[in-house]
Structure formats: C-alpha cells, structure tokens
Design a protein around this ligand. Structure first.
Ligand SMILES: *[C@@H]1O[C@H](CO)[C@@H](O)[C@H](O)[C@H]1NC(C)=O
Ligand SMILES: *[C@@H]1O[C@H](CO)[C@@H](O)[C@H](O)[C@H]1NC(C)=O
Length: 178
C-alpha cells in the first residue's frame, strides 16, 4: 500500500470518528446507562467515573505510551481490546470504544469492573471514592427509567447465547397463568 493511500485511510477514519463523537450531558448519560442495563445502585459512581475520565466524550482517547492507550467514555485500557480487529480481554476492537454506540463500551466496562472493581479507574479512586457523587436523582430518566426488561447487566453472565435461551424460557414461564 502506498503511503498516500495510508494517509488517505487514516484521514477518512479520523473524520468518521470525529463525526461520531458525542458529548453527553449528565442526564443524557444517566439515560444511556440506564438503557444499557446498568444497575441503579452504582449509577452515580459510573457517572462520576465517566465525567472524571472522559468528560462524557464518547471519542476521548489518551495515549500514555504506544502500548498503553485508553479509549472512550470509560477510558478502557488497550489490554481489553485490540486495534483493527477483535481481541483483548473484552474481545472487541479498540475503535469500537470510540464511536457513539456505547453498548459495547458498557459491556466491556462491566467486565473491567467485575475483574478489578472501580479502583481500576485511578480518577474514580482520586475524585469519586468518598466524594460527593453527581446528583442524578433529578434527571427525568432516573425518576421514570427508560423501559428495560432484563435484570441489571452486572448480574448477568457473559455468555450471551445462554442468556437468550434462559430469558426466553423465563418469559414463557412468566406468561403462564398461575
Ligand atoms: C437491556 O435489556 C433489554 C431487555 O432484556 C434488552 O432488550 C436490551 O437489549 C438490553 N440492552 C443492552 C444494551 O444490553
Ligand atoms: C472529544 O474527544 C475528541 C477526541 O479526543 C476531541 O477531538 C473532541 O474535541 C472532544 N470533544 C469535546 C466537545 O470536548
């Protein structure tokens, strides 16, 4: 591939990522996290973490060294993803952590949390833990949560397929008259 071609591709990618950048307000973020099945118990901690780590910017990226990069809303480190193709501990591309679709980000962030806890995020430790957390209880979606059927994501297992089966079985069970 010619270097001109490489530059062209990089430019197009940058443009795409730039166009997909989204900066949420605090209440929009609350809504998105609720829609993504985050449990309400820790929601103000997640909002604090995201505000400290990325300023609620879905395309935030920090390069500490060529091997230590942090991606997206949750500033997930490069050991959890792989550049250019699926991989890392979350089995996703790092680029997918920079777009406006935060569903995969959320799934991965919960995996990080399950493995390491909030202390994975140094800024949570420094600026959220033991501090006054963002007041999200005035957000309209906190009072009237967006529709959500399944239990909080952090109570679910990682195996999507098994879940689908289990949920549909439960749905059938629940629809039986008692
Ligand atoms: C949240 O749960 C609902 C109900 O099971 C499901 O339809 C939806 O896809 C889930 N959202 C995410 C982002 O996992
Ligand atoms: C969001 O982050 C991207 C990438 O770091 C940056 O280019 C953009 O200016 C940021 N947007 C805002 C509103 O801060």
């Amino acid at each position: 591939m010619s270097s001109a071609r490489v530059i062209q591709i990089v430019l197009v990618l940058t443009l795409c990522l730039g166009l997909q950048a989204k900066v949420y307000t605090r209440c929009q973020l609350t809504r998105e996290l609720l829609k993504n099945n985050f449990s309400r118990t820790f929601l103000s901690n997640w909002v604090c973490l995201i505000e400290q780590e990325s300023d609620r910017n879905t395309s935030a990226m920090v390069v500490k060294s060529p091997r230590r990069k942090y991606y997206g809303l949750f500033q997930i480190g490069s050991e959890w993803c792989k550049e250019g193709k699926k991989g890392g501990k979350c089995d996703i591309t790092c680029e997918s952590l920079l777009d406006e679709d935060i569903k995969d980000d959320g799934v991965c962030a919960v995996k990080v949390f399950e493995a390491e806890g909030f202390k994975y995020w140094a800024k949570w430790e420094a600026r959220c833990k033991g501090h006054v957390l963002p007041d999200i209880e005035k957000c309209p979606d906190w009072v009237h949560p967006p529709s959500r059927v399944s239990p909080p994501r952090d109570k679910r297992t990682i195996r999507g397929k098994r879940n689908v089966r289990r949920f549909s079985r439960r749905a059938i069970f629940l629809s039986q008259p008692y």
